[in-house]
Design a protein around this ligand. Sequence first.
Ligand code: G1P
Length: 295
Amino acid sequence: MPNTPMKAVIPAAGLGTRFLPATKAMPKEMLPVVDKPAIQYVVEEATQAGIDDILIIIGRNKNNLSNHFDSVPELEDNLRNKGDEDKLAKVQASSELADIHFVRQGEPKGLGHAVLRAKAHVGSSSFVVMLGDDLIDERDPLLTTMIAEHERTGATVVALMEVDPEHIHMYGAAAVEETGTDGIVRVTGLVEKPSKEDAPSNLAVIGRYVLTPSVFEILARTEPGKGGEIQLTDALQELAADPDGPGVHGVVFSGRRYDTGDRVDYIKAIVQLAADRDDLGPELRPWFKEFAAKL
Ligand code: G1P
């Protein structure tokens, strides 16, 4: 647990075009992963790391998100009257999880721009950014390790994961050197979505960051980069290259990560999570085997 609880920022203002038409009137972060919206897993992960103040950066379709984390008296009364305590607990869980705030991004000008919208809420403390496309298994506490590394060194901390070099163009890629501590590297450079040829390594930045408030001043003057968007990666590259600052460290993650960012990965995430669950797995696992044998 961190000494002073940090705030977490969850950008959820993307257009979600890969999931149209499901995301026409609903943010992609609300897509169900088994029976919970993706963003609820992320909020639960934050609370497990001791964070209970969460700012969600929203775009259009704000209502779905804020309603999900609000109470629903008529539904709760209905379940209470029926004596359905199990479902009542499920409905109440998301509204009791954390202290959740919302701010609008306005125009979708990129992840860096979204993070900059958190400045007034976060103030002058270090904070966490969590991207809803990456779900980290609750059995593999990545965020707690990252916060501890930040508290030990004062550095900005990113989560890194080895990916197939063919896929590095979908991520921020890191140039790194050893620190002497297992699983922790010093990041010497970062590049947003490089080609396989230009990538400094196959270590991809996955969607968890512990940032210092100095990032806001950098983001405010960061020019649009890859894709014409203001990139968080570009601001972090500046911090990594600053010889006078605490720099950027990477926690190399080798645990269970579920990507919900595109349709195939999203389906894989649901299959893996459902197969692992005690309530669904026993029925599903034999069916998956039977199904796979017929393919
Ligand atoms: C964002 C970041 C990228 C990072 C990725 C992790 O990209 O810009 O550096 O590697 O998240 O999921 P996006 O997936 O939003 O395009």
